[in-house]
Every structure is written in structure tokens, then in C-alpha cells.
Design a protein. Sequence first.
Length: 225
Amino acid sequence: MRILVVEDDMVIANLLQRALREESYAVDLAHDGIEGEWLATENPYDLVILDVMLPRKDGISALQSMRAAGVKSPVLMLTARDEVKDKITGLDGGADDYMTKPFSLDELLARCRSLMRRRTTDYAGAVIEVGHLKIDPARKEVSRAGQVIELTSKEYALIEYLGRNAGKVVSRSELSEHVWEMDFEPSSNVVDVYVGYLRSKIDKGFDNPMLKTVRGHGYMLEQPT
């Protein structure tokens, strides 16, 4: 899952980037409203964390422009303002949630998970289940037939995205957009390499493979027959 953080305070921006990466998210940073708006309209983010008080263009105006341009990504607003009218302005401007600074990092991460769950209409509950494969986003744990599978951070991010799109063919470009960050080179074979790593762990020891290659199109996670 790929998140955009738009925050001009470098300390907060770096803290959020580090914390979100530890949760296996790909994270892009912007430090003013114009840059943030441009990135949000150019890339398919699963979530945008947007500060209100930004240089060049404030967060509310940037958000309104994003929504007018058709950006449907969930948006969590961050601000030092705690007036009710400011929250109403943000929510009416197209925000999905609102947190004031200083904030609890654990609460922010929980709200991020909640917003991204809401976006996926076929997602039920906290655990993603595809046959006897279980993916627990809260614990970052994957198991198949009760057997816990040890994955790296990037392998986990990849299986979670495939799990959220189980039964659908996901292209290499879509995986690179949602699992890797904006400096990722789409022409590289990194996606294929990581799918290979993941397949060796997810399907190892089982007769029916779940991670399929659809030649010329991409990859699909499907229930074993």
C-alpha cells in the first residue's frame, strides 16, 4: 500500500515516513501544498496524509483541487488547529478523517488502517482470507493452513496488496505503483524477483499453488482448487 505524506515540518514528515515504512507501506513525501496536490493527482495513492498549514498552497485548498480533479484517495488531515469550525471546514472540503497535533503515532497508524479498509469494498474485518491463506494487517502476519510464513517487509506489502485484490489479475505496473515508492524504476525486474521470493514461501510445501503468473498481464492470488 502506498501513502503520500504532505507535511512541511521535516521532523514530523521524517517521523511519519519512518513509522509508516516500518508498517510495510511505501511512502512518498511532499513539503508544500502545490507539490502534494501534483503528486496526489499523478499517482494512485491508497491514502494521503495532508497537513493544513502548508507553504505555497494550504492543505484545504490543495484537497479541494484534488477532489475536483477526481482524486478518490482517502485523506487524513493533520493540523495544529483544534477548533471545531476548522475540523468542519476540512471534512466538508473532502477529508475523510482529521487529527490535531500533537498526536499519538499509534492512533494515527490505526486510523490509516481504518481508512484504507473502508476504501476496499470487498474487505471484511481485520483479517484478509483467501482460502486457507490468512493475512493480518494489524499484526503484519501471514499464515497458510495455520502455518505462519516469515516474510520481509516488502514481501508482506506485496502479499497484502495481492490479497486485497484476490481473484483479480494485477499488472506489474500496478504493483510497482502501490508497493514501491515514487523513485522506483518500473522497467526493472524487481517486481518479478519479489513475486518469485513470495511464491517460494507462500506455495512451498503445498500441492496447489495460489500465486499465479498470467502471461502478458501480471499476477493473481487465487484460492487453491
